[in-house]
Design a protein around this ligand. Structure first.
Ligand code: LLP
Length: 463
């Protein structure tokens, strides 16, 4: 999901297997600020710290593997998005990237709204005090129970994803004596990933109602007729890990085209437009993400320009960044267990976690970086593949990276940029115990999601 190819670099001796073009970094001890959380630094004695606490101390206190989340960085990023979009727009943090009650409270403090896509996420949000009217409820197959809970709670919006759901939500709202604010999620025929986007023929997916063939216009027609619904806007989400803004440009153009059609047909100007999430982050030094203020400026300009051309009032914009807020704020800390050099190929470094705490490499061929963090080393770079302890050969955490050749069992290594879609997609494969998330801030570390225990596993096994 990160760049599909590295920029070409000199081949490193003869140890690089075919197809690996990257050269080792000039300094293996350096920590690239692009991929590490903002308070991460290396002390003069060589140990890496986050929030002022050494990783060796953290490992002793909380064990490994564990995710360490830099609360200061999280709050700064959340605030940067909030400030960049200003009071005339809304930022909904996408809880699927990582959600816990502490995170909900930080978001609340920093003035962000929240996008949830399941009853579980909704319960977490409400139980941590997020006001319901700041919650958007997503999903392509929300259950009747989930819809009822959301409407009863008073969520700010439900994002409708199908013709059946338009009727279902209207019916439930009416039976509860309510009028629910809704958006309709449409697919605009744009799919964007990383540095590329494709502007046609991507309606072939389970989310949203296609703009093509007049389906979205028909959905709007039906929603406007139903008493249980207050249609407030149109929603579009075009992909993940996006760096290229031109996909948003095409999406905004098409959404505004629909708004214009609605105005012409119904005499109604819908007041909101949601452009979804999907903004990219740096997983490796090769990735160059944009700053929130650049993104806000670009999106606001695109929508205003399109509306001006269509002679529409500019609607209130909302966005749903998940990865771009939480992704860079955490790293996963592992202890090295075994080191297996395979002549002429590479060295396999096995850690005490794996695909159960980071499925993204196996699932998406995602690229990550890794560093030795319990000490520095002046040893030569060694090409490694960091693998987990699961019974699966695809159990890879970092496909290709360089670590010092004197790496030894017991060393601590860390994989940065694991704040998004790692703990939230973690599994119990091989009955692994999902790692804790520890928030670190100004010299204090506290568990916000505790480590699973064998009792947790056995408690579910009631046979
Ligand atoms: N809004 C909607 C409607 C979405 O479907 C998503 C992500 C987001 C916002 C947040 O996207 P973000 O800003 O975090 O990229 N598991 C995959 C990502 C799946 C994203 C699904 N939807 C991964 O690990 O890359």
């Amino acid at each position: 999901m990160s760049r599909s190819a590295h920029p070409a670099g000199p081949r490193h001796a003869d140890v690089l297997p075919e197809g690996h073009p990257s050269a080792p970094p000039a300094d293996l001890n350096a920590l690239d600020g692009k991929v590490w959380a903002s308070t991460v630094t290396r002390t003069p004695d060589g140990v890496v710290t986050v929030g002022g606490i050494e990783v060796t101390t953290l490992a002793e206190e909380f064990g490994t593997p564990a995710y360490f989340l830099d609360e200061t960085d999280f709050r700064e990023r959340a605030r940067a998005w909030r400030t960049a979009f200003g009071p005339d727009a809304d930022v909904f943090y996408a809880g699927k990237a990582f959600l816990s009650r502490a995170v909900v409270r930080w978001l609340h403090d920093e003035g962000l709204n929240l996008d949830v896509c399941s009853g579980g996420e909704l319960t977490t949000a409400l139980s941590a005090g997020m006001p319901a009217d700041r919650i958007a409820f997503h999903g392509n197959n929300k259950s009747v129970e989930e819809i009822e809970t959301a409407i009863r709670a008073g969520v700010g919006r439900i994002v409708l994803d199908s013709f059946q759901e338009i009727v279902r939500v209207a019916h439930i709202a009416q039976s509860l004596g309510k009028r629910q604010r809704v958006q309709i999620r449409i697919t605009v025929g744009v799919e964007a990933h990383t540095h590329e986007f494709i502007a046609t023929a991507h309606e072939d997916q389970k989310f949203g109602i296609p703009l093509a063939g007049g389906q979205a216009a028909e959905a709007v027609r039906r929603a406007l007729q139903l008493d249980g619904l207050e249609l407030i806007g149109i929603h579009s989400h075009i992909g993940s890990q996006i760096f290229d803004m031109s996909g948003f440009e095409v999406a905004a153009h098409r959404v505004v085209g629909l708004l214009k059609g609605i105005r012409d047909e119904h005499g109604v100007e819908l007041p909101e437009i949601d452009l979804g999430g999907g903004l990219g982050i740096a997983y490796t030094s090769d990735d160059d993400p944009r700053e929130p203020h650049e993104i806000a400026k670009a999106l606001t300009e695109i929508v205003s320009r399109e509306c001006e051309t269509a002679r529409l009032r500019t609607p209130r914009i909302s966005v749903e960044p998940g990865r771009a807020i939480v992704g860079p704020t955490a790293f996963t800390l592992y202890e090295v267990g075994t080191i297996k050099p395979l002549d002429g190929l590479r060295t396999y470094v096995s850690v005490d976690g794996g695909m159960s705490d980071n499925i993204r490499t196996a699932l998406y061929d995602a690229e990550y970086s890794v560093a030795l963090v319990s000490r520095t080393s002046e040893a030569a770079p060694m090409l490694v593949r960091v693998v987990g302890k699961h019974c699966e050969s695809g159990d890879i955490v970092v496909k290709d990276a360089f670590l010092p050749a004197d790496l030894a069992p017991g060393d601590l290594i860390a994989v940065p940029a694991t704040g998004a879609y790692c703990r939230s997609m973690a599994s119990n494969y091989n009955h692994a115990l999902r790692p804790p998330v520890v928030a670190v801030r100004e010299g204090e570390a506290r568990v916000i999601v505790r480590r699973e225990t064998e009792e947790d596993l056995l408690r579910l096994d009631v046979g």
